[in-house]
Design a protein around this ligand. Sequence first.
Ligand code: PMP
Length: 288
Amino acid sequence: MALKIWLDGKLVDEKDAKISVFDHGLLYGDGVFEGIRVYNSRVFELDAHIRRLYGSAKAIRLEVPMSRSELISAVEKTVEANGVIDGYIRLLVTRGVGTLGLNPFICEDSRLIIIADNIQLYPEELYEKGMKVISATTVRNHPLAIPPQVKSLNYLNNILAKIEALDNDVPEAIMYNHEGYVAEATGDNVFIVRDGVIYTPPAEAGSLEGMTQGIVIELAREENLEVVEKNLTRFDLYVCDEFFLTGTAAEVIGIVEIDGRVIGDGKPGPVTKLLRKKFFKYAHGKKL
Ligand code: PMP
């Protein structure tokens, strides 16, 4: 079924949702975006996603062409118009039409696009068996280059690491920062468990401040599990008892092998399974 797309203030048919070849979003990856879930017709953590979008936009001197409350209402209208019950929203703001030069300040109005569609999840089997990953050789963007906290339309850094993963027949790659510490996966945050303590790298290590990461930290603390945000090395990943990733699309997924080293007993561990279950209940609005 053809979708209704929100484009510049109104819903249009998918076939009419077009942007110019001179848009700097296309010419230079100049823009920002968010990926948001819909569970049971409810947009998940919308306020927090909107807050992150405005933060990303501010960091690159891009004006979101709507107020926060207008944007919330536009997202909800798009979800409703497409009858999405369990799905995924892509919200993006591009710099708009400019010249072939770099100057972003002569671009016409920034453009706002909202797509609400069904989600492509990893197959259930991957959650049960756990996923294999590799360490990428592509270094995560330096914070003084493109800050990884900005969810920009320029995802080449992540795509290069994803290519390495796919070349090695695994779905994800772990990225390290310029100092050699774990930053994140190409589209997910990293967690490990060792001796009963949960560790995750801080945003300063070069990761996006993941919405799912924040919720999983809270859910773990509710279970009286200790969570420590600290820099992790590749060694820490190799010797941990459990390893999992978090993200809007993946939710919580266990990692059972990295660079040929088996994690724990080669199956998703008990903490991973508990947090996956708790996150599922939380996302579906059920009482824990
Ligand atoms: N890191 C990167 C690079 C991402 O693109 C994402 C989102 N897909 C995440 C981490 C996870 O963030 P969130 O839980 O907010 O989806």
